[in-house]
Design a protein around this ligand. Sequence first.
Ligand SMILES: [Zn+2]
Length: 74
Amino acid sequence: MEFELRAEYAEGTPPRSGEARDTTWHMTETGGVRVLCGRDLDPAAETRPAEAWGTDAAEPFCRSCGARYLRQGQ
Ligand SMILES: [Zn+2]
């Protein structure tokens, strides 16, 4: 199973606004909008490769998604 990061934007922030401080990153199956912590995110939201997890490019990252991702396929 392949995973990627998907952005959750703070209320009122347009997608792809570039306002990183208003963005939280979640983990989802590639191409999916249902993130591991159970929310459905905007299909138009920015995605990044799963390899970005744990780097500055994926901060702040959803702790629930991080914990669930660690339990996937380990
Ligand atoms: Zn999450």
